[in-house]
Design a protein around this ligand. Structure first.
Ligand SMILES: CC(C)(COP(=O)(O)OP(=O)(O)OC[C@H]1O[C@@H](n2cnc3c(N)ncnc32)[C@H](O)[C@@H]1OP(=O)(O)O)[C@@H](O)C(=O)NCCC(=O)NCCS
Length: 163
């Protein structure tokens, strides 16, 4: 397979990122969330996976407030071009992103996603369950990267999510 490069997203990638989200999810909801998070200043980190010159994967991390203070991060949306799935690109994006966040001092990352996928990166329902959030159950998970953030409290998500 052609080599994949992971890097932070640039302004020039914007159209390709939105297009990828629409194609992967088969609707515009996730692309709209990406646009809204950017517009509201809530997008903290966006990474892309590039094959030759094509963006084949994208991941976004956004700010979450715990008890009113910005102290955690959320993962999503995340997308990999269907023909490139199951070849490690999604894992590469998550690993690269978590390492980057940990190096930047982030202690806690939440995700609402597939319960069979995210535990391999350390996410667990148990870590998220102590927090008061709009979601509960096996799809709502968290991973602790550092000591520091509280292990319970009320989470406030960006308004892009409408919760
Ligand atoms: C989820 C997604 C980003 C994973 O990307 P990827 O590049 O295929 O992932 P990787 O190659 O790193 O990992 C493949 C593994 O993910 C698993 N996986 C992929 N989609 C999954 C899903 N919906 N539920 C559970 N596991 C899933 C595969 O079974 C495979 O597991 P295995 O290694 O045990 O065989 C990609 O499948 C995708 O874009 N899906 C559609 C959009 C989506 O659901 N985004 C996530 C929203 S939370």
């Amino acid at each position: 397979m052609t080599e994949i490069t992971f890097r932070t997203a640039e302004t020039a990638d914007r159209a390709a990122i939105l297009d990828l989200n629409v194609r992967v999810f088969g609707r515009s909801d996730e692309a709209d969330i990406v646009s809204r998070l950017e517009a509201d200043g809530d997008a903290l980190l966006q990474l892309v996976a590039v094959m030759e010159t094509d963006i084949v994967g994208h991941i976004l991390f956004y700010a979450i407030r715990i008890e009113g203070r910005t102290r955690a991060v959320g993962l999503g949306p995340m997308s990999v071009n269907p023909w490139a799935q199951r070849s490690g690109i999604g894992s590469g994006l998550v690993h690269y992103g978590l390492r980057h966040l940990q190096d930047g001092g982030v202690g806690l990352v939440f995700v609402l996603g597939h319960p069979a996928y995210y535990p391999r990166f350390g996410f667990s329902e148990a870590t998220a369950a102590a927090f008061i959030a709009p979601w509960k159950g096996p799809q709502f998970m968290a991973v602790r990267l550092r000591h520091g953030p509280p292990s319970a409290g009320r989470l406030q998500f960006p308004s892009a999510f409408g919760v």
